[in-house]
Design a protein around this ligand. Structure first.
Ligand SMILES: Cc1cc2nc3c(=O)[nH]c(=O)nc-3n(C[C@H](O)[C@H](O)[C@H](O)COP(=O)(O)O)c2cc1C
Length: 390
């Protein structure tokens, strides 16, 4: 009698960690897209150190004080979240998977959190508003063209986006070598070898050709159109180093809801941002994609939290990959965290479901960790819960 074999197709079981999703994602997208997602600026020192900074801390394990009722709720930008992990704005997310920002927003709200929609999103402000149940948040770059900024802010406000994140760490693009080497410039340079490489990812290629979610839909005249790279050119042309505090002041005067400033790394800047009327900051170095050799965000966090933490919200991102990382960041003064690449890994590896799974992993790891630390609420976490490596 023929022996029955049982095959288990590789990749059928869901990854069990964010790192697992990273590995899956890598096999699902063409090389140039992977370079775009993963790379940092120059020799990527800051990219590496963002992550390594978390290895410099230990959690205190406490016993016989545990509870099965761990509460991860926090309030950010006036919204109650069930999880202190927010999805960071990631431009061109549609290049990872055609579900893009819309899929990410749905996954976020299902997990009781929110997406910060990038101004460089593959789904327009209106598409995300119509396709979701909750009010998400919008990210804006201070650009040369105030008319364009005003129209994006109006569209976001009219569509019910509840908070604005102004990203201030891109006066020029960081020098991202892997992106440049693989032709993932704006617009991308295609060679026969690169096209061939994309063909080895048939699922991705089908999604790309069928849905064309790789342009910046907010910047296309007709947001539903499938335009070429004009939108990318509009963004590049709007980038200017001649932006300053007056621009932020102008944005603050126009946006009536909560406003957070993303990309703050110095306590003096944090203070000025808050003096100007912002509701908070995101301590961020753009995931190591902008100024290389700037310090890791976890290291910049405590001084900023100390300076403005009693008056404003302090969020942090960069290198956060596990529930323990989130716990460490909260213990060092953050009110909540943002995750960029983990969102893109989930998308690339499994579309909206992948993002949902990434958020579920963060939740489970946090609950498990806090239980073993004897902490019932995230608000209880403090410096006393962690110890430095040396
Ligand atoms: C692929 C990619 C695209 C990004 N696009 C944007 C963007 O459009 N706007 C923005 O403010 N930040 C952008 N970022 C930065 C993220 O919002 C976030 O600061 C960073 O990814 C955090 O680091 P992490 O990836 O280690 O979590 C992007 C990051 C990545 C990886």
């Amino acid at each position: 009698m023929a022996k029955k074999f049982r095959f288990r197709l590789a990749g059928r079981t869901a990854p069990l960690s964010v790192e697992g999703w990273r590995k899956r994602a890598r096999g699902r997208v063409p090389e140039m897209v992977w370079a775009y997602i993963e790379n940092g600026a120059d020799d990527e020192r800051t990219l590496r150190e963002n992550r390594a900074a978390y290895e410099e801390w230990y959690l205190h394990q406490r016993v016989l004080t545990t509870t099965s009722d761990v509460d991860l709720r926090v309030k950010v930008a006036g919204t109650s979240l069930d999880l202190p992990v927010v999805l960071a704005p990631t431009g061109l997310a549609g290049a990872a998977h055609w579900h893009g920002d819309l899929g990410a927003a749905k996954a976020a709200e299902d997990a009781g959190t929110r997406l910060v929609l990038s101004s460089a999103s593959a789904y327009s402000i209106e598409e995300v508003a119509q396709g979701t149940a909750e009010h998400h948040w919008f990210q804006l770059y201070p650009w040369r063209d105030r008319g364009l900024m005003a129209s994006l802010m109006d569209r976001a406000q009219d569509s019910g986006f509840a908070a604005l994140f102004v990203t201030v760490d891109v006066p020029v693009y960081g020098n991202r070598l892997r992106e440049r080497r693989t032709g993932m410039a704006l617009p991308p340079t295609l060679t026969p070898a690169r096209v061939l490489n994309a063909a080895t990812r048939p699922r991705w290629t089908y999604g790309y050709l069928r849905h064309r979610r790789t342009t910046l839909r907010n910047l296309e005249p007709d947001s539903g159109s499938r335009g070429g790279f004009e939108s990318v050119e509009i963004q590049s042309a709007n980038l200017t180093a001649d932006i300053g505090w007056a621009d932020l002041e102008w944005i603050r005067s126009r946006w009536t809801g909560p406003l957070l400033v993303k990309g703050v790394m110095h306590p003096d800047d944090a203070q000025r941002v808050v003096d100007l009327g912002a509701d908070g900051v995101v301590v961020s170095n753009h995931g190591g994609r902008q100024l290389n050799a700037v310090q890791p965000t976890l290291r910049a966090l405590p001084a900023i939290a100390e300076r403005i933490g009693d008056r404003a919200e302090v969020l942090v991102d960069g290198g956060i990959r596990t529930g323990s990382d989130v716990i460490i960041a909260l213990a060092l003064g953050a009110d909540a965290c943002l995750v960029g690449r983990p969102l893109v890994y989930g998308l690339a590896g499994g579309g909206a479901e992948g993002v949902a799974d990434v958020l579920r992993i963060f939740r489970e790891e946090m609950v498990r960790g806090m239980t073993m630390m004897g902490r019932a609420r995230v608000g209880e976490l403090s410096r006393a819960d962690i110890a430095p490596r040396r």
